[in-house]
Design a protein around this ligand. Structure first.
Ligand SMILES: [Zn+2]
Ligand SMILES: [Zn+2]
Length: 265
């Protein structure tokens, strides 16, 4: 069992539970390490970002003292490619959430309707063109930010359940995704993100094909709840380990305290 999660949102950004409720849930599930990953501030869309970082840091210190000896709490950040980049965090998750075109930012994961509208208006309805732009941005993330962890590598498939928007096996889509995979540094940590699975709206990210492609390029994997509430913490970790094994993955990495370590599957 993987006893840690470092992709955790709280009511300091767009999560629905308090930091302390998340800590209690993690302790209750036997986790030894919990990392908070507030959304870095994106000036063009403040709706989901951290509002009061100093209050967050005070609460983190209080919880570290209160739960010392029970669980290690890490101060992390989910950096958006176009967001601010706070320094001094214990770890960073790098993510692409927007397609930037002509000075405008179009979210890829807000709602299916808004995504469809953006693709219609910006790319003339060509979902593959949207995917090509998305993966260009993933490559920019790798070149520019070099985060500790790459978040939801194929978030562009957020609303593509059953392939209803585009074919994830098509050469055009795979060409774009593999070019982004090629841009990741060797040994990069890609998260296996369970957020969508928890919501019952599709599988974990990345897809089977992309996990195999990333593994072939030397990537390592980290299970990640992308939790916005206590129920999501550690959800389906065991099942996901089983999927990874069927794909030939032999180990994952995780934070144990502040140290990244490898665990066999
Ligand atoms: Zn994200
Ligand atoms: Zn997140």
């Amino acid at each position: 069992m993987i006893n840690s999660n470092v992709h955790t949102h709280t009511d300091f950004c767009d999560g629905s539970c308090s930091m302390e409720d998340m800590v209690k849930a993690a302790v209750g599930r036997g986790m030894d390490t919990l990392g908070f990953s507030f959304h870095s501030f994106t000036p063009f869309d403040a709706s989901y970002c951290i509002r009061d970082r100093s209050a967050y840091l005070s609460e983190l210190e209080r919880l570290r003292r209160k739960y010392e000896g029970e669980i290690c709490l890490l101060d992390g950040v989910e950096l958006d490619l176009y967001g601010q980049r706070p320094s001094g965090c214990d770890f960073s998750i790098g993510s692409v959430h927007y397609l930037k075109e002509g000075g405008e930012y179009y979210p890829v994961d807000l709602s299916e309707e808004s995504f469809r509208t953006a693709v219609r208006e910006v790319y003339g309805g060509d979902f593959y063109a949207a995917a090509e732009r998305y993966y260009e941005e993933v490559a920019e993330l790798a070149a520019d930010i070099v985060p500790d962890i790459y978040g939801h590598f194929d978030l562009i498939t957020r609303f593509n359940r059953g392939g209803r928007l585009f074919d994830e096996n098509s050469p055009r889509y795979m060409r774009a995704a593999l070019a982004a995979a090629d841009s990741l540094p060797r040994g990069a940590v890609a998260e296996v993100n369970l957020g969508r699975l928890f919501k019952g709206e599709g599988g974990a990210y990345p897809s089977d094909e992309l996990i195999k492609a990333l593994a072939a390029r030397g990537c390592r994997f980290m299970l990640s709840s992308d939790a916005h509430c206590t129920a999501a913490l550690g959800f389906a970790f065991a099942e996901e380990c089983a999927r990874l094994k069927t794909l030939g993955i032999k180990s994952v990495v995780r934070y144990k305290g502040g140290t990244l370590c490898e665990e066999g599957l």
